[in-house]
Design a protein. Structure first.
Ligand SMILES: *[C@@H]1O[C@H](CO)[C@@H](O)[C@H](O)[C@H]1NC(C)=O
Ligand SMILES: *[C@@H]1O[C@H](CO)[C@@H](O)[C@H](O)[C@H]1NC(C)=O
Ligand SMILES: *[C@@H]1O[C@H](CO)[C@@H](O)[C@H](O)[C@H]1NC(C)=O
Ligand SMILES: *[C@@H]1O[C@H](CO)[C@@H](O)[C@H](O)[C@H]1NC(C)=O
Ligand SMILES: *[C@@H]1O[C@H](CO)[C@@H](O)[C@H](O)[C@H]1NC(C)=O
Ligand SMILES: *[C@@H]1O[C@H](CO)[C@@H](O)[C@H](O)[C@H]1NC(C)=O
Ligand SMILES: *[C@@H]1O[C@H](CO)[C@@H](O)[C@H](O)[C@H]1NC(C)=O
Ligand SMILES: *[C@@H]1O[C@H](CO)[C@@H](O)[C@H](O)[C@H]1NC(C)=O
Ligand SMILES: *[C@@H]1O[C@H](CO)[C@@H](O)[C@H](O)[C@H]1NC(C)=O
Length: 495
């Protein structure tokens, strides 16, 4: 009898979609075979420890240059080879090793392989893959080849199939901040860097840090003059960042300060007309900043004031019709300001509009759901999306305000109930919502065209009270937050 190596041979196709990038590998599987990189011309390999063969296959799939892998079942060592030089002679019989090699027009030599080993099998081939934008289902169809060796004419065939959904890593970790923080602010400066200020991590912070997208590194910048949490940041038309109010751990604050991004320094500016934190600020189309409501420590506020950058002063304006803290506000297309919801002893559904030319507040229709700490986003069609928030329990409901009819309409609900989450509009018009209380790492996208929410991959960490910022190139930066009531985060990640 000829002394041939008898392989069990399988055809495996693994496919994974990363954004628009589809990678398919047709692999031939050999049990008890090791691929050895013995030839001097052999390409480099990467060795890693993995939990199982599947993890090794995925590692190969994710390494766009990988053409061959060997997995040593005795020690879980996975070795990836970047291509297959013409050296199939380096396949050796070795117990516990599994080798998968790519079969494609670049390197197949499957025929050569057959010749080389007088391979006594014929192929039974099966493949399936399902791919969509956010999840790749990896279907591995193992087809035992029919044995047709020259010494026996008996044949057998078995087929097994397993499917594993592989979550695509749409989030990637980036540099971490120096400080863990939640209740901080984040502002994208005109130079593209992101300024993070203050917040809380067992103590209230005055420190500030800058994220540089070109290096993915955070560096300390000058600290604010005052410890602040529950403060708010507004980017002025001249590029300075206005920080107003907040709480220093003991008192609510009237003070405000300006960050000059070209000098990296802070200067104090006029005090607000009243102390407040957990208030809202919006930049009006005339360059002034409207603050409204908040907590004074001795009561919820309906007060509103305007900051004039040209005089560095605050002026009280008409008060809102209702007292509100942890409410939301948005500039409408006509320049008026919508404020909605919040809390003043009860959860609020009420909403009102500030007319900046007459300096008056007018009630508009109330939301369908009373809530505080929701998110608010202005869609490209001019409608306003309010999502989630707290009503004693976290809500998943979302609704749209149509400024032309002054009405609220319930739209699709999020897959997760969320409070302390973050939302931002993407360049494609969809709204990204991330995290929330308590220990939520999930992220989902709202499509204004369908009114539906779609899960995308989870963030690398569960976060609430984190910040979300859109970098100049459209990439989204999420920073800090709290994983649960005690674990503050300094990590940051990109979408
Ligand atoms: C994407 O594929 C996965 C796995 O097949 C499936 O669970 C998910 O619903 C799909 N998503 C969409 C948006 O079709
Ligand atoms: C955008 O910037 C981020 C941060 O620098 C970077 O990781 C990402 O690759 C950039 N995206 C594009 C499309 O250039
Ligand atoms: C940055 O500031 C933090 C305090 O806010 C400090 O602990 C850290 O050492 C500073 N990092 C550098 C590189 O100076
Ligand atoms: C920032 O500071 C520099 C130097 O003092 C000054 O020339 C510049 O006008 C400031 N920028 C703004 C926007 O205030
Ligand atoms: C406007 O709404 C407030 C509650 O936010 C309410 O107290 C007030 O009566 C309303 N005003 C009018 C004119 O309906
Ligand atoms: C503001 O109110 C005035 C007076 O009612 C009105 O003429 C004007 O159109 C309003 N402005 C906006 C942008 O709604
Ligand atoms: C994604 O996040 C949600 C909420 O935190 C969690 O329930 C789910 O298990 C996570 N999914 C994965 C694949 O980690
Ligand atoms: C999207 O929303 C529409 C209603 O707006 C609904 O009929 C449809 O089933 C939703 N599709 C998904 C995938 O949730
Ligand atoms: C917060 O997370 C840590 C680490 O996962 C855990 O040990 C702790 O029990 C959690 N605390 C709460 C309040 O869930």
């Amino acid at each position: 009898m000829r002394n041939i190596i008898v392989f069990f041979m399988f055809i495996i196709i693994i496919t994974q979609s990363i954004s628009q990038d589809t990678r398919t590998l047709l692999l031939t599987k050999f049990n008890n075979v090791q691929y050895q990189c013995t030839d001097p011309g052999c390409s480099s390999s990467t060795t890693m420890l993995v939990s199982n063969l599947r993890a090794c296959e995925i590692a190969c799939l994710l390494n766009t240059d990988c053409r061959t892998l060997t997995f040593d079942q005795s020690n879980n060592q996975c070795e990836l080879f970047t291509d297959i030089p013409s050296q199939y002679g380096s396949l050796i019989s070795q117990a516990d090793f599994i080798t998968l090699t790519a079969i494609d027009n670049k390197n197949l030599l499957a025929c050569k392989y057959h010749q080389h080993y007088s391979f006594p099998f014929s192929l039974v081939l099966a493949v399936t893959t399902a791919i969509n934008g956010t999840t790749a289902s990896m279907t591995t169809t193992l087809s035992l080849l029919t044995k047709t060796s020259s010494t026996t004419s008996s044949s057998s065939s078995t087929t097994s199939s397993t499917t594993t959904a592989v979550a695509i890593r749409v989030w990637s970790a980036t540099g971490s901040m120096s400080n863990k923080r939640n209740y901080h602010t984040a502002s994208v400066l005109t130079n593209g860097k992101v300024l993070v200020t203050g917040g809380f991590n067992t103590a209230v912070l005055n420190s500030a840090e800058l994220y540089d997208p070109s290096t993915a590194i955070w560096t300390n910048t000058t600290a604010m003059s005052t410890l602040r949490k529950f403060h708010i940041a507004t980017i002025l038309t001249n590029g300075n960042v206005l920080i107003s109010g907040g709480n220093d751990g003991t008192n609510f604050l009237a003070s405000a300060e300006l960050y000059n991004s070209s000098t990296g320094t802070w200067t104090t500016t006029g005090n607000m007309e009243i102390v407040r934190g957990a208030h809202i600020a919006v930049l009006l189309t005339n360059g002034k900043v409207l603050v409204s409501g908040g907590d004074s420590g001795s009561g919820y506020l309906n007060n509103a004031a305007l900051y004039d950058p040209s005089t560095s002063t605050w002026t009280a304006v008409s008060s809102m019709n209702g007292k509100r803290v942890s409410h939301v506000a948005c500039i409408l297309v006509n320049g008026n300001v919508l404020v909605a919801g919040g809390y003043n002893g009860i959860y609020l559904a009420t909403a009102e509009i500030y007319n900046f030319s007459t300096n008056t507040w007018t009630n508009t229709t109330s939301m369908n759901y009373a809530r505080q700490m929701s998110t608010i986003s202005v869609l490209s069609n001019g409608k306003i999306l309010v999502a989630g928030g707290d009503h004693g329990v976290s809500l998943n409901v979302a609704e749209l305000y149509d400024p032309s009819s002054s009405t609220w309409t319930v739209t699709g609900s999020m897959n997760y109930a969320r409070t302390g989450h973050a939302a931002i509009i993407l360049a494609n018009g969809k709204v990204l919502v991330t995290g929330g209380y308590n220990g939520n790492s999930a992220a989902e996208l709202y499509d204004p065209l369908t009114g539906n929410w779609t899960m995308i991959g989870n963030m690398t960490a569960s976060r609430s009270y984190h910040t979300i910022s859109k970098l100049t190139n459209g990439t989204i930066l999420v920073a800090g937050g709290v994983r649960n009531s005690t674990m503050y985060l300094k990590s940051a990640e990109l979408y």
